[in-house]
Design a protein around this ligand. Structure first.
Ligand code: NI
Length: 230
């Protein structure tokens, strides 16, 4: 899965978040990296234990859970609480794959990382570099999005953040355990859901359409068949 979601946060929400982040406690990102990633990681992360981090993390999670596009694409089961990072002065994160298994730092709950997401919080024009390069298996995609937009991609994909040589790149990042572990199956469900939504819009939504009803039944039964809620 490789998907861009636009306007997850408004410009005002991003500005307010950046304001609050300025007052946060930032630590070296390498401190939280695994042994291999440590050598290639040079950025700052907001300290998980900072009350600002907890509050903003909840805010991002709530906004995502209220976003129909996100729900349809990710089919989230569990979240690794959104974190925040900052790249500046040539900071970068070299090629790596995210850990498969994670522990929620607040609840101790274990989760499997199916999807990784980056929510961009400041304007791409305000910094040089900082592209997120993702090896999709069908070529490398270079991602640098407007503030408030989010990229969702498979956690198993090799990726890196290129050096930020001017300005600051501020973002939130997170992992999601999906109800559907298999990326292909999840994409098929997302495609089916989009088609049903389009049909509903195209036809009169107030009238019960037999074909739309049957497709909806198919969607829910596939979800029932494939989902893992554990
Ligand atoms: Ni990563």
């Amino acid at each position: 899965m490789f998907k861009i979601l636009h306007n997850v946060l408004s410009a005002e929400e991003c500005a307010e978040m950046r304001n609050q982040l300025q007052q946060g406690t930032w630590i070296e990102g390498a401190a939280t990296a695994g042994a291999l990633a440590k050598q290639v990681k040079q950025n700052l992360q907001l300290d998980d234990q900072d009350p600002i981090a907890k509050r903003l993390s909840q805010q991002v999670e709530q906004r995502l859970l209220a976003n129909p596009d996100f729900i349809s694409s990710a089919l989230p089961n569990r979240f690794y609480p959104p974190k925040f990072n900052l790249y500046q002065h040539g900071g970068f994160y070299g090629a790596h794959v995210d850990n498969a298994l994670l522990t929620n730092p607040y609840s101790g709950e274990k989760l499997r990382a199916d999807l990784s997401a980056t929510l961009f919080l400041n304007a791409p024009e305000s910094y040089v570099g900082g592209e997120l390069q993702i090896d999709t298996g069908m070529g490398v995609q270079e991602i640098k999005l407007p503030a408030g937009d989010l990229i969702l991609y498979d956690s198993g994909a090799l990726h890196q953040v290129l050096p930020v040589t001017e300005g600051q790149r501020i973002a939130s990042f997170m992992w999601v355990q999906s109800l559907i572990a298999d990326s292909k199956a999840r994409s098929l469900l997302n495609q089916l859901d989009q088609t049903i939504q389009n049909l509903r819009r195209e036809r009169d939504d107030r009238v019960q359409d037999e074909n739309v009803l049957q497709l909806t039944e198919l969607y829910h039964n596939l979800l029932r068949y494939w989902s893992q809620t554990g």
